[in-house]
Ligand binder design. Sequence first.
Ligand SMILES: Cc1cc2nc3c(=O)[nH]c(=O)nc-3n(C[C@H](O)[C@H](O)[C@H](O)COP(=O)(O)OP(=O)(O)OC[C@H]3O[C@@H](n4cnc5c(N)ncnc54)[C@H](O)[C@@H]3O)c2cc1C
Length: 491
Amino acid sequence: MTTARRTVLKVGALGALAAASGPRVTFAAEKTNVIIIGAGLAGLNAALILADQGANVTVLEANSRVGGRAFTADHVEGHPEFGASQIGPDYARVLDVCQRLNVKLAQGSNINAPYTFSIGGKLVKKEDWAASALNKTVGPERAILPSALAGFYYKKGMPFKAPDDWLEANAAQYDIAPGFWFKKLGASDEAMRLMNEGLIAPDLWNVSLLTLLQEEARSADIFGTNKPAPNGSTSDNKDKFEAMAQRSQRVVGGTSRLPETMAKALGDRVKLRKVVASIEMTEKKVTVRCLDGTSYTADYAISAVPFRPLNRISIDPPLQGAQSEAVRHMPYANNSQIHIRLKGTPFWEQDGMDASLWTDGALTIVRQPFGYDGSRDRLAVVNTGKKGDRIDQLPPKERGEFVMREIERLRPSTKGKMEVIGVHSWPQYQFVEGCRHSYSPGQVTRFAVDMIKPHGRLHFAGEHTRRLDVGMESAMESGERAAVEVVARFA
Ligand SMILES: Cc1cc2nc3c(=O)[nH]c(=O)nc-3n(C[C@H](O)[C@H](O)[C@H](O)COP(=O)(O)OP(=O)(O)OC[C@H]3O[C@@H](n4cnc5c(N)ncnc54)[C@H](O)[C@@H]3O)c2cc1C
């Protein structure tokens, strides 16, 4: 990455805008409106930057709350995070906006009890894994915990040095299924099987390695997982989530407080329960119509909604070529959650195993989050990829019952001690429909460049349009880019 680009990453949103567009742009009041569709972090960041530049912005949000995938479940006991929680030490834009809007942060996010491993229905402690008869992996793999195997191979074969290397022409060779690459790096069949069990993507054959490598390279950089955590622990033999937890910050009171504060700064320019149904463009203006019969006209619009919901919005003139294909066919990954309250004698004391569970069965992980007050009275079952799709076939109540039966089967000491307090599936959440975009093999090369290009007066933002960053920071990055594009057209 060039020094100039690295500087942009560090200085935050307004600094980046200044670097990109020079002095403040003067908008002719009233006439120069920008409509932003979607009040997730991408849309809100675009709106704040444009408003700061003097634009008259209107943000249309379908839901009755802002934040999208930044979603603290305030309606569930214990206020679990259904979406984002971990803020990396190098999240320049998120940290900048928190500082400017006085959003309070605290160290450490979603720290969990260590995993016990359930392999073929039998439990094994992490310290016993290397020598266990249940461990059928080969050679150096044997010392690596099942949850950390993918990380081990990413580290072994990582071809990228900088977070934007994935967009270089010669990176196209990695726009393949990771299964081929892991095999080439020497992964045994059993290691491949175990890696498949913990994926967010459907499986090792239905996601692009290129997008995984980008995320991996940037996460290590931005979360500093290549350095020891503040408590001295290293990332070795940890899954990505665990490795980031100690190094992260969190929003005090829940992640939703961040988008809420951003929306508050925009005041009545953010309009809730505005389900956008169509976007019509002429040479001079764009008109956005909502299902409640209201319509808004502006010079430009920014779509900051994921591609699945965008697919339901009629766009005239229609999208063309790779852009149209990307909106229609971009896969989204699953993250389906069941939140449980624990009662009675701690089950982990009774069976003498670590409390969290990683399984190669029907469940992906059963995390025991440590409450910020030190409490250990919750479980969060997170099923990703195909395991999420499978349990999502059940109605929410039956899903909860199935998950509890499965935990009881694997760990009899949990019997009668669990009660479901919250169920949430991202693919079934109608305004997002998936936890994150997930290019299929070959799609990065076909879509990544063209799908984010402006279409007439319509610009695109959202984590799926990221270039460099990951998670919340990638949403902020994309909103910043779209705002800069619009400002450039006014200049
Ligand atoms: C389970 C989970 C855990 C995560 N953990 C982390 C983490 O720890 N750290 C991290 O950095 N990131 C994390 N992320 C990622 C992060 O949450 C996302 O990258 C980011 O919030 C995406 O923001 P966005 O603005 O691109 O999209 P969204 O947040 O999805 O916003 C899109 C908005 O568009 C609205 N919309 C949709 N359709 C319409 C319509 N027709 N009309 C009007 N509005 C519409 C939606 O209601 C929504 O508000 C996590 C995500 C998930 C799902």
